[in-house]
Structure formats: C-alpha cells, structure tokens
Design a protein around this ligand. Sequence first.
Ligand code: TYD
Ligand code: MG
Length: 450
Amino acid sequence: MAKAKSIYVCTECGGTLPKWQGQCPHCQAWNTLQETVPESSSSRFKSLAASSTLQLLEDVEAQDVPRNPTGISEFDRVLGGGLVEGAVILLGGDPGIGKSTLLLQTLCAVADRMKVVYVSGEESAQQIALRAKRLTVASRGVQLLAEIQLEKIISTLDAHKPQLAVIDSIQTVYSEALNSAPGSVAQVRECSAQLTRFAKQSGTTLILVGHVTKEGALAGPRVLEHIVDTVLYFEGDTHSSFRLVRAFKNRFGAVNELGVFAMTEKGLRGVTNPSALFLSGHDEPVAGSCVLVTQEGTRPLLVEVQALVEDAHGFNPKRLANGMEQNRLALLLAVLHRFTGLGLFDQDIFLNAVGGVKINEPAADLAILAAIISSFKNKPLRDKLVVFGEVGLAGEIRPIQRGQERLKEAAKLGFTSAIVPAANAPKQDIAGIQVFPISRLEQALDYLFE
Ligand code: TYD
Ligand code: MG
C-alpha cells in the first residue's frame, strides 16, 4: 500500500499546502505550518448521506428564540440575554484568566433549573470539586465527566440529554476516527463540527472552551469561529483583578457587547457599573493621558489612553501600542504630521489603554493623538476633558455612533469638557459639560490645553 502523503496545515487559518514552507501563503503567518496526514473523506461524510426535505422560506414560522438567562447578569449581557437552545458558544482566553471559573459558576447557577454536564479534559473531578468549594456555590445537580474522547463524550451526552454542557477544553478532545494528535487543526475542527451537529440535533446548548496562542488568536483554527454561533473572548490583564468578556460574533445578539467581572476570592463577580473602572485617577492632571468614551455594545465606557513620547536613540524609533492597533498608530502619526506639521520621526512612542482593555473602535483616534501631543509637549490636557472622534486620512474628524450617550455618561462622571466631531455636537446643551465640536484635526489643538 502506498504511504499516505502528508499535507501541511496552517494552525492560524487552517489553509493547506502540499509542501512545508516558513510562511503560510494564505494568512502570511510565520512558522504556523504543521505536518498532518490527510483524513480519508469516507468516514467524515457518512452521516451526511441521508437526504433532507426542502421547505419554503415563507412557510417557516419565524419565532423569537427563547432565551434562558443564567442569572449571572454580566454573562447574560454578552450572550445577548441568555442561553439559546442548541446554540454553540466558544469561550476563548489566556490560560488562568478565569474561563473554567466562569463556566463552573454558570453551571452551578442554572443547575437547579436545567440538566447540566461539565466535561473536563484538563482537570480531575477532585480539582473541580475543590474549585466549587472555593467558590462556595451550591453545586447540587452538576454532573461531571472527565473524558477526552469525542465518541464517548457524545454518547454520554446523548444518553443523559442535558440542556447545557460545557467542554473544557476543545483542544483536549480527540476523535478516534482521525490519526492526528489532540489539539491539531484537524482534530479541533472535526471535534467541534461533530459536537455542533450534536447540539443542533439534541437542542443541548454547548459551551466550548478554547485556548489562545501567544499572539492572541484562538489557538489553531480560525475555522472554529465559523462553525459556532457565538464567539466570546476573555480580555484583561491577568495582573489586575478585572476581567472582560467580549462578544466577537453572536448569531443571537449584539456583537462587541462587553461583560465586566472582578476576580475575587469567591470567583468572578459582575461589575454592573464599570464606566469609571479604566481610569487611573491621577490626583493632578498629568501629561500624556487622555480620557476617551468608547461605546462597548450597548454601554458607554470611559477609558484612559496613555502615551509616552521620548527621544529615540538609534535609527528605528519604537512604536508600541498596548490594547490598540499598531498600524492604526502609524496611520494616525502620518495624518498628524501632514495636517498639523508635528513630525515625530525621531521619537519613540508608547501607547497604552489602562486596565488591559482592548479598544478597536475608530472613535479612539482623536484621543490617541491628544495623548501623544500632550506627552510630546509635556503638558497636561485640559482638566476633566474627554475626547472622541474618528480621524480620516484627509485630516477630517468623522462622526461616530451614539455621541449623545457618550457625552451624557462623561457628564455623569464629572467631566466638564469634551472635544467631539462636529456632527456629534448635541442639539441641546448637556448639563455640566462644555462641548467643543471640531471638523478638522487642526482645530483640536485650540481646545486641548487650557
Ligand atoms: P481558571 O478559571 O482556572 O482559568 P482558565 O480556565 O481560564 O485557565 O482561573 C484560575 C485563576 O483564577 C487562578 O489564577 C486563580 C484565580 N481564582 C481566584 O482568584 N478566585 C477564585 O475563586 C478562583 C476559583 C480562581
Ligand atoms: Mg481552565
């Protein structure tokens, strides 16, 4: 028999190649190609053989999906109201950030109303029991299964028919039908697909835990994100006690919705009013700090952006952005130079969003530049100022969504002035806050300092 020819699969994007090379031609990632043996297609598609019936779209009764709140309000918020029957949720995050803790709390919270199963491939039953004891939650009714073989997991779930099952983690699960190692792209993809099929058939809500690579991508397969209904992602600094859970994709709710938790002695506790959490609260105004109002899902959030601009030594000045996109920084610096004449080619620039929060909305543009200008001039910005607005390549300040709500939140927290895009200027005054509407980047300079 001829030896099966191996193929090379990218752990980042799932792309395949017949030969190894250093860079994946599909996603340009380096060193991500792994050798695997291609699986024979016969076993994979066997279950697809039975044909199905067609139905007319107009005949399908459209019902609102019923949601089953978990009772953990911040988790329900990111889920879009609660758990949906047959939905598959992927929860990703760094090791030790609190995935298992949150899910154990969730299972315990719903165990009196629902049949739940916790499938653990990483921890023994004793370890889980110890954690539950530490959390001091009532764990009555939570069924444990320490198993990593997919076929056994599915047949156990099928026999028990739980309404909610957690698989911790998808990378430890392996299927007998494939010969690649657990955690490889082929295994993760196949196991998720089979589990998803099981969830849809049985109506069980499944939560899959996924690990994250050093680079911050859900380990291995981006492909997994297409299979599941909801992708949630843990953010935040493991050094601080705050943890954020963000919805990246949600077929049953809003994306970018953010749940805020604090890690305590007794597990994760929801923070219901998090707007002032990401401010470092300086006693005196300091240079290089600017407060931004971001809109995370349905909730405005105040975040402090810090910049440090220092004389560079050497040919390549450093550009470091923590919690924001590095490429965006380069773009903003170019716009800054073109329209205000402020060139920072000989400066190192470090940028940080306080509290480990990740900001990916363009509304942060103006605040980033304000923090940079303030640090470069070594001069604090106007006291109690908030800034938001998108900066266009032509130096224009573009409007952003929900300007009013952001301003109201800032006023509520005691901020007294705001620089905002002209199109976001409120029609009626908002009590306690003076608004400076601008339409060009140059105009911002008039209002940044007192
Ligand atoms: P864990 O949920 O095991 O992380 P993951 O499953 O994402 O890898 O989180 C464990 C961390 O949380 C660990 O560092 C200890 C901390 N922790 C608390 O601070 N309080 C608690 O009550 C618990 C259970 C864990
Ligand atoms: Mg864990």
